[in-house]
Design a protein around this ligand. Structure first.
Ligand SMILES: *Cc1c(COP(=O)(O)O)cnc(C)c1O
Length: 386
């Protein structure tokens, strides 16, 4: 194997701590479904899923049948379940049902298709009815509820009513509370209607990370946890609510599990008044030393960090000088003695007593944390560390 230009490390102990914190918030009973869509938010399904299984997780949620297939390939426990929350093409239904993969249904025609295929396969389809509560993304329209439940009841041999669920429209922001409360109420009312038909789902679930941490009413039989398991706060609002709830002024119960590293590719003396890199965006105001880093925007390092981002070398911050190119960028190391080719460079993470946080990226780029990590290319090798 030849060497890739950067490496990602995932901390098993940080992950364990994050699940412990989630468990503290939700109590002992709800199932934790680990949401690993978008290549486990860029952390890498292949490495992340077995790490989560090691922490006792036995339920995984994805956004498509393609991702379900990726998870299925790397699962190490026979009893680990997979649930598709998003796109499921009719031509994939046979594979999905044969492999007992659970899936969201939000349209009556999907129930009919699932029944047909389940009968052909000779195994029940395991369905979660996603109901519309006001998010207006996917969701079964309320007026279709009775029809869907009767259909599920009539065909219960081939349609297992595993879950009833909804997803909140922006619960990580307190500004959206009026909408969230309405959605929760709508869900509860729909559940009452289901009860009347005497055909109940095995699990109710509505909570994502922010809901599970800050809104106990949304925590039911299962929670679908993405962001928080990776040690990222869903938003400043949710962090502040945690502080209010615990009466603390500062707390760090979540540990970022990801570290992203590369190494110095080249070191160069630059004379006062010379430009660095493409164009004229950076001109040296003094004689300086720059290090060339073999990473660019094609590797998921945001172009918006041109002339503003930082990396760590020898435990010290080095500022990006010039533009982020497709696969290299330069940093100013004038203040760091003896930088040599091959020295460790931390793009995200800790080195000695310094840290580059994901937030320090996103405060500049205006992206949300999830946007940055979920774009880390699948080609970067990932490895578990303690
Ligand atoms: C992405 C997603 C989640 C997880 O959201 P987080 O806020 O990252 O925990 C839960 N449910 C659905 C339907 C999702 O699409």
């Amino acid at each position: 194997m030849v060497k890739h230009s950067s490496r990602i490390f995932l901390s098993q102990s940080a992950l364990k701590q994050n699940y412990r914190f989630i468990r503290e918030k939700i109590g002992p009973h709800p199932v934790i479904s680990s949401v690993v869509k978008a290549n486990a938010f860029g952390h890498g399904i292949g490495v992340f899923v077995p790490m989560a299984e090691k922490c006792g997780i036995r339920h995984f949620s994805v956004a498509s049948s393609y991702e379900a297939w990726k998870v299925k390939e790397v699962i190490t426990h026979d009893d680990s379940r997979i649930m598709i929350m998003g796109i499921l093409y009719p031509e994939d239904l046979t594979w999905v049902i044969e492999n007992e993969i659970e899936f969201f249904v939000f349209d009556f025609v999907q129930l009919e298709n699932a029944l047909k295929v389940a009968q052909e396969v000779g195994k029940p389809a395991v369905v979660h009815l996603e109901v519309e509560t006001g998010g207006n993304r996917t969701g079964l329209p309320p007026e279709m509820l009775e029809k869907a439940i009767r259909f599920l009841k009539t065909h219960k041999k081939f349609l297992r009513f595993e879950g009833m669920c909804t997803h909140f429209a922006g619960i990580e922001s307190l500004a959206n509370q009026f909408r969230i409360q309405r959605q929760l109420k709508a869900f509860q009312e729909m559940y009452k209607r289901v009860k009347k038909l005497k055909h109940l789902p095995r699990l109710r679930h509505t909570a994502c990370s922010a809901a599970a941490l800050a809104f106990p009413d949304t925590v039911m039989d299962m929670v679908r946890i993405g962001t928080v398991q990776f040690g990222l706060w869903p938003s400043p609002d949710i962090y502040n609510m945690h502080l209010l709830q615990t009466g603390k002024v500062q707390d760090s119960p979540l540990k970022r599990i990801l570290t992203w590293k590369t190494d110095v590719m080249h070191v160069k003396k630059v004379k006062k008044d010379d430009f660095v890199g493409y164009g004229t965006s950076f001109q040296a105001t003094r004689d300086m030393t720059v290090a060339v880093i073999p990473i660019g925007y094609s590797n998921g390092y945001p172009k918006a960090l041109s002339n503003r981002g930082h990396v760590l070398i020898h435990g010290k911050k080095a500022t990006v000088t010039g533009l982020i190119n497709m696969n290299v960028f330069m940093v100013d190391v004038s203040h760091i003695p003896d930088v040599e080719v091959g020295d460790d460079v931390v793009l995200i993470g800790k080195q000695n007593n310094n840290t580059i946080t994901i937030k320090s990226f996103t405060q500049i780029t205006d992206a949300i944390n999830n946007e940055l990590v979920s774009r880390l290319p699948t080609a970067i090798p990932r490895r578990t560390v303690r």
